[in-house]
Design a protein around this ligand. Structure first.
Ligand SMILES: Cc1cc2nc3c(=O)[nH]c(=O)nc-3n(C[C@H](O)[C@H](O)[C@H](O)COP(=O)(O)O)c2cc1C
Length: 425
């Protein structure tokens, strides 16, 4: 067997997953002891919310698929993981791919699909290899096929390598790409549950979301709901990156503070440095300043703080960094990754980048500050076809809100005070 970075060594993955983690017992239970509607209800009871970014209630999403409608239905797994600062799906795929396979099979059975597709980020060679092996092993064991575990209900999973653009992770652009077209978002409605892949009802879920399902089926939705907070139950994987001593993927019970995650789990900033700002849910989530480290990781607390849990990517910047430059860098990313289909995003991103460039070249004034705010407003609140535009707007808006003085230093006084921080401050 080829060398791998995951934790399975030379043994077939399924053996370890089965012997150590009770693997595929949830699938057996789902196929033989439960009705599809019970599965959906169990996931509803768990309160699980999607881990891909939008945080939509998973069981409710499953219930949108009309299981009894004639014709094919699909499960599509979002393994694109294109959000900057997020690497938790990769971690799951490299370390426990069978958990994902089992979750996919249960979801497919619950919503009446026989075919699942995993749309996996093009650059994810190792996760693709691990998942392919897991699927092959599950097929060899008879868990995937015309009669999984002897049940007369065909189930199949296939992989599709993504096309290397951020927009490919947006669910409707992903579906376009899966169909072999250019990845651009569709206007909604209709939503994928009604008209998804190849125009058929489609359940689209994130890797981590589906990897959570076997535990819920084995232990019951009520047991899952006891973890975390009332409205954001369970645990989630947070990818902590940036200026911390121990960057990595950490599983936390939802409701812990970011102070715990950043300062304790990830070891805090380097010696002598202070946290200045952090992105609590990937680069798309509005930033929070150091004074808000005690905000908790649940969606409700983050919404109250005018941010979001997003994809769970916690990006930390210390006091050696200039927020205006960081925002400029991110806007360059969003402008570059804009698919160009809708005007506010196509035009707004470039406009913001040009405005930042004037500010950073010491050619700024109050006009540039007002322009940034106006462009930010024009990108948000449903004005764009998908969330990419909102994300670009939130970077501007949240950095302006929390770091107004730093912007004014640049735009009005033509100076950057971050450089003034002594090396050992
Ligand atoms: C620009 C953009 C990129 C996205 N990238 C991803 C991604 O890489 N992975 C992901 O699971 N969700 C991504 N999403 C969110 C998906 O559109 C969708 O909400 C999610 O996959 C649904 O699964 P869930 O309900 O299990 O969270 C992205 C959204 C936008 C607007």
């Amino acid at each position: 067997m080829a060398e791998r970075r995951g934790s399975f060594g030379d043994q077939p993955q399924h053996l370890l997953y089965e012997s150590k983690a009770g693997g595929y017992t949830a699938l057996r239970k789902a196929l033989f002891d439960m009705k599809p509607v019970d599965l959906t209800n169990e996931v509803k009871t768990s309160g699980l919310r999607g881990r891909g970014g939008a945080g939509f209630a998973t069981g409710v999403k499953w219930s949108f698929i009309n299981r009894d409608a004639p014709g094919p239905k699909y499960v599509v797994v979002n393994a694109d993981e294109s959000e900057p600062g997020t690497a938790k799906d990769r971690y799951i795929l490299e370390n426990s791919p069978h958990m994902v396979v089992e979750g996919i099979l249960i979801a497919a059975y619950a919503v009446g699909a026989n075919q699942a597709w995993v749309y996996i980020r093009g650059e994810y060679d190792e996760p693709s290899r691990m998942l392919t092996e897991a699927i092959d092993e599950a097929r060899a064991k008879g868990y995937i096929g015309p009669q999984p575990m002897g049940k007369d209900y065909p189930l199949d999973i296939r992989l599709y390598r993504g096309h290397g653009a951020y927009i490919c992770g947006e669910e409707t652009a992903l579906l376009e790409s899966l169909e072999g077209k250019r990845a651009q978002p569709r206007s909604r409605p209709p939503f994928p549950a009604v008209k998804g892949a190849w125009g058929r009802p489609t359940l689209l879920n994130n890797v981590e979301t589906l990897a959570t399902v076997p535990w819920i089926i084995n232990n019951g939705g009520a047991a899952y709901a006891k973890l975390g907070t009332d409205k954001s139950p369970g645990t989630r994987l947070l990818t902590v990156s940036g200026n911390v001593r121990k960057p990595g993927v950490y599983e936390v019970e939802i409701g812990q503070t970011f102070r715990h995650v950043i300062m304790e789990l990830a070891g805090g900033p380097p010696e002598g440095r202070k946290v200045k700002v952090f992105w609590p849910g990937g680069s798309s989530a509005p930033v929070l300043p150091e004074s808000m480290l005690d905000v908790t990781t649940d969606a409700e607390a983050l919404a109250a703080a005018r941010s979001m849990a997003g994809s769970g990517g916690v990006i930390v910047m210390d006091d050696t960094h200039c927020v205006v430059r960081a925002a400029h860098r991110l806007l360059k990313f969003y402008a570059y990754e804009s698919c160009g289909k809708c005007t506010p995003c196509r035009v707004g991103g470039d406009w913001a980048v040009r405005t930042y460039e004037r500010i950073l070249a010491n050619q700024g004034s109050q006009v540039e500050l007002d322009t940034l705010q106006r462009v930010s407003d024009g990108l948000q609140n449903g004005r764009c076809l998908c969330g990419l535009g909102d994300s670009a707007g939130w970077v501007i808006d949240s950095t302006l809100r929390h770091f107004r003085e730093e912007y004014e230093d640049h735009a009005l006084r033509h100076e950057c005070n971050v450089g003034a921080v002594p090396a050992n401050a």
